[in-house]
Every structure is written in C-alpha cells, then in structure tokens.
Design a protein. Structure first.
Lengths: 381, 242
C-alpha cells in the first residue's frame, strides 16, 4: 500500500513537473524559434545576477519566461463589475485543470520495477512493478476526450461571465470552433481504435512496439497516415493556435474570450494553451509515433528487423524510454510552433467550412475504409 | 408638417381612436410621387447589395496543387524550416544567424553617410567651441531638448558669448536636424555615428558639452581641422571698435 502510494506520488509530481516545465519552456521556445526563423535574435536580455557578484546569467534568455510569470503575478488583478464573480473566477481553473488531468492517462514509460532501480529499497517494494503512468485506466482514450472536452466549458464560461459583449462573441466563436474540431479529432482516433482494438493507451503503445512485416515499426502513423494529419490539424484547432486562432487572435481581437482577464488569470489561460501544446504532442506521440519506445524497442530491449536482439538492463530501458518520450514530445512541440509561425490565419467561415465540409467527410471516409479493411483482415484467417 | 404627423401616428396603436384622425387623408407632395411596388423594391435592394468583385489584370490563378492547400502548407513549412535550420547552424557554429544588431553592445556598420546620428560641436583652431550661445538652436528645437548656459568673456570682443553648459536630452530628441539649419555659426552638426546612451534611467541620456566637443575629423571643408590646441587666441582690436 505505502509503496504504491509513494510510486504514484512520484509519478504525479513528475508529470506535473514535466508539464509545467514544458509550459514554461515553450513560451521561451516559441519566442526564440520565431526569432531564429525570421533572422532575428529573440529574447536575450533577462538575467539572474548571482548575489554579491557581478556575474549575470543570461542563458540565451531562458529567464524571460520567469520574468513573464513574475510580471503576471505582480500585476494588478483587475476585475470587471460582472454579475457572476464565481464563474468569472472559476473559468481559468476550468480551462487549466483538465489540461493537466489529460496527462494522467498518458504512459510516459514502460513497466518500472523500483526495487531494481533503487536496490536498498528492494525489500520494501517486494518486486512489484508499476506502469509509468499516473492512472493506468483501460478507458484511457475516453478519459482524454472527456477531460479535453471540459476546456470548452472553461472558455465559454470565461466569455460569458466577463460581462463584455466582445468576450461573449469570442467565447461563442471558441465554443463552436472547439466543438467542431473535437468531433473531427474523435473520428480520426476512432480508426486507430479499430486498428488496435483497444482504447487503453498503454496497450496501444505496446502494440506499436512491434513491426509491420518485420521492417516498418508498427506505429499508428503507418497504419493511419491520413488520420495522423487530420488529428494534428484538429488538435491544433482545438488548442486555438494559428492558423486556427480566430477566437483569441492576440493582435487583432485582444485575446477574444479572455479580454477581461488580467494578471495571473490571463496567465493561466496562456499557460494552459502552452501546456496543451505539450499535451497534443504527448497524445500524438502515444497514438501515432510509438509512444515511449524507440523503433524496434520494447521493455526487454531492442528487437532489430534482422532478427538480432539487444537485451538492455532495466535501468537503461527506463531511462531510454522516458528520454525518448520527452524527446518526441519536444520535437512535436517544436513542429507545432513551426506551424504557428509559418501559416496564415483562416477566415472564420473558412475555418468552420474546413472542419465540417472537408475534415469531417474525409475522416468519416477514413474511418469507413479502416473499418472495411479491419473487417476483411479479421474475417480472412 | 406631414412628416411630423405621420411620425406621430406611428406611436399610436392601430386600433387607437386618434389613429384615423391624425393620419393624413390627403397625400402630401412628397407622398404623391409614384410609389415603387414592393416587389420591385426588394429586387432593387437585392441588386444594390450584390457585389461583383472586379477582375484585376494580375488576378492570381491558383493551380490545382495550390488549391489543394496541403502541398502548399508543406512547401511553406519547408521554407521556414530551411531558414530556421540555416540560422540555427550559424548560431551553433559560432557565427551570427541574425540580421538584427545587438544594440548597444554592437552598432550597425552600414549607417547611411548622411545619417543624422548624434550632435557634435565644432571647434575653433584653438579648440574652443565655435558656439556663441545665441540660443537659436534651442529656440527652433521642436522637442525643446537643448539647454545652453552662456558665459560672457569681456576679453574676447569677437566672441564675447560662449557656452559653459551645452546639453541635449537624447531621450526626447527627434533627430530632425533643425538645430543644424538654425545655427548661424556652423557650430553644431550631426554625424553618422549614433549616441551610445541606452540606459534605464532617463537622466543618463543627456549628452554633455565635453562629449560633443570630442569630434576631431582629419579634415573638413569648412574649417581648419584638426583644431590646433594651444594656439594664441586671436583677439579683436578693442581700439578699432566705435
């Protein structure tokens, strides 16, 4: 009982730490990447001075994120004279909390045997193994959609309770956009559920450690290439980022539904958006890119296509899996940011037309084709 | 008159007793015009609203692959990623991967030759400022940033007035160059170089006379430069004055 609790607490702390770290890091990555790809230098002024010395640590401007956070904490927390203070105060948390909760079901590593990692505590753990995941639910994917659907409530609540007609319009736009694209997101994932025959994310990752025909890693993106593109598109739209950032459009609409929010409440909205980048990346990794495993790798070691197998010790495997997961996560975040700085924004009608008249039929067709193929393959043997 | 009555009738309910009485029975001159039939009016309004976008001579024609959008997205992404990777390689290999300048640590080398950067005070051959503290620059300055404190030297009748304090507030200077045009003595000029006065304190952004007198070019068309310091000051003849 106590070891279980300890392991779970460690996983929870690690997950929250990773997400917060990614959220903070991505604010810096976004600015710096935009600067580098447009021939600029980017944030490089904020520094920390070591006390009693004149040494200033700049570290490529990494402290700009901390300076931003500090600024948001210290700013005046302006409140509009709204009739629904409770909803107004609650909205940022309703947006922020589900984003964190989604990560609970995403596996960031294989099975871990804490007794082998920390030999002095081997007796205490008694040889038990734990999946590296906060909550090992067999309804994983459903939980993901259940929680990510909650953020719609938060945005609409924010738009409605701000007592500002422009915020209300922004909330409406955000609501219709998120609902439209959530539908597409669900349908694209449906094909993957058919292929893997499960909604358990850990099970999906383990099935992706195999190979297709002994050569290609059995990643979801090779089973469902179209669904992968559609999923990423819909997920970016769900996150309301460029080219789908109609509801907030920082420079044009003064942030749409959270116009009336200031200080750290606004910071929570922004932070939730950045964490959601990491969540989208984690989901895409888990569903389409083989999760925490490198190609041809499973919990025992490498199974290369030639038939050779490389056995790895448990500690190496655990470290390799976590590092692989984080690396995939980071690269996908960078890719999303690259998209954000490359593409022009859609018009609002174009965006909804895109969802309902293009993405939805295409994902339905994808689902139908997948269903037929899976049915034939299941019937043939 | 009819306008007023008809607008009053609007406020009365249809079944109101006064409605029939107030509504004019005789059509006014304006209303006696032939009314447009409702169907036609609708059509007119529709026509007015229909907007046909003019075709321009350089109308872009998209090919099928451009209209397919996804290939173009990939092309755009490849361009931006290429620039990103190129600049990133430069940064990693110790070169500079940006076009912007790291001011104030580094300054651009390609200022235009006639750039109005910072002010300098020209000097007489003996090294004294040529300024006669006439305050014309301070008067013409639209931003009111020039402050001059003058001194009087009775022993120098040719230039009795000279500045003891000549300061320019660069936090407010608009670099218009009107002070140069106003100067009757060619005592103030602007040079290509910019003042390195970046500061978080506005009171550090004043350029003082000492700094403005450091201008020392090798030659100048209008003046015997470099000024030869230590020469005896050529004084005017007091006796020749009326």
């Amino acid at each position: 009982m106590l070891p279980d609790l300890a392991v779970t607490l460690v996983f929870v702390a690690a997950s929250i730490g990773v997400l917060m770290g990614f959220g903070g890091l991505l604010t810096w990555v976004e600015r710096k990447q935009a600067a580098v790809m447009s021939d600029r230098i980017g944030a490089n002024r904020a520094y920390i001075r070591i006390p009693f010395t004149n040494i200033q640590l700049v570290w490529l401007g990494l402290f700009h994120g901390m300076a931003d956070g500090l600024k948001m904490l210290l700013k005046e927390d302006f409140k509009p004279r709204t009739y629904d203070q409770l909803a107004y105060t609650l909205a940022p948390y309703v947006v922020f909390a589900p984003v964190l909760l989604v990560f609970a079901v995403i596996p960031f590593g294989g099975m871990i045997d804490p007794g082998k990692i920390i030999p002095p505590l081997a007796d205490w753990f008694g040889g038990r193994t734990y999946p590296m995941q906060v909550a090992n639910l067999n309804a994983g994917l459903l939980v993901v959609f259940a929680f990510s659907g909650l953020t719609i409530l938060g945005t609409m609540l924010a738009g409605w309770s701000s007592d500002n007609k422009f915020s209300l319009l922004g909330g409406l736009r955000a609501g219709s956009q998120m609902i439209s694209y959530e539908l597409v997101m669900g349908l694209t994932v449906m094909g993957l559920i058919l292929v893997f025959g499960t909604v358990d994310l850990r099970d999906m990752v383990q099935q992706q450690s195999g190979t297709i025909g002994g050569v290609l890693p059995a990643w979801g993106i090779f089973y469902q290439p179209l669904a992968a593109v559609l999923f990423l598109t819909a997920a970016i739209a769900e996150n309301k980022r460029i080219p789908f950032d109609l509801p907030e459009a920082e420079s044009e609409l003064v942030a749409g539904y959270y116009t009336e929010y200031s200080a750290m409440k606004m910071g929570l909205f922004m932070f939730a958006e950045f964490i959601e980048i990491a969540i989208v990346a984690a989901l895409f990794t888990t569903l389409f890119l083989g999760g925490y495993n490198l190609p041809f790798m499973n919990d025992a070691g490498f199974m290369l296509p030639g038939g050779t197998s490389v056995a790895l010790s448990h500690g190496v495997v655990v470290v390799l899996q976590v590092v692989t997961f984080l690396a995939k996560l980071f690269l996908l975040c960078v890719f999303q940011i690259q998209i954000r700085w490359s593409l022009p924004r859609f018009r609002y009608d174009q965006m909804l037309t895109f969802a309902w008249k293009l993405l939805l039929p295409v994902s339905l067709a994808n689902l139908a084709v997948t269903a037929v193929v899976v049915w034939f393959k299941a019937g043939s043997p | 008159m009819t306008v007023i009555t008809s607008s009053t009738s609007v406020h009365l309910a249809p079944g109101h007793a006064d409605a029939a009485r107030i509504t004019p029975t005789e059509p006014s001159p304006a209303e006696s015009l032939v009314p447009i039939p409702k169907q036609e009016l609708v059509q007119l309004r529709y026509n007015a609203r229909a907007y046909v976008r003019p075709a321009y001579w350089n109308e872009p024609k998209m090919t099928f692959w451009e209209r397919a959008y996804l290939p173009e997205i990939l092309r755009g992404l490849s361009i931006t990623t290429g620039v990103f990777l190129r600049n990133m390689t430069r940064w990693i290999t110790g070169r500079k991967g940006a076009l912007t300048t790291y001011y104030p640590e580094e300054k651009r080398a390609d200022f235009a030759p006639r750039n109005r950067g910072k002010h300098v005070l020209t000097q007489r051959p003996d090294g004294t400022p040529q300024c006669i503290a006439c305050n014309m620059c301070a008067t013409v300055c639209p931003a009111k940033v020039i402050e001059i404190e003058s001194a009087f030297d009775v022993n120098d009748p040719a230039h009795p007035k000279s500045p003891v304090r000549f300061e320019i507030d660069y936090s407010r200077c608009v670099f218009c160059g009107l002070c140069i045009e106003a100067c009757p003595e060619d005592a103030i000029r602007m040079v290509q170089d910019v003042p390195g006065l970046s500061s978080d304190n506005r009171f550090n952004m004043w350029l003082t006379m000492e700094e403005m007198l450091t201008w020392n070019p090798q030659s100048d068309v209008a003046k015997p430069y470099p000024p030869k310091g230590g020469l005896p000051i050529t004084r005017g003849d007091l006796s020749s004055k009326p």
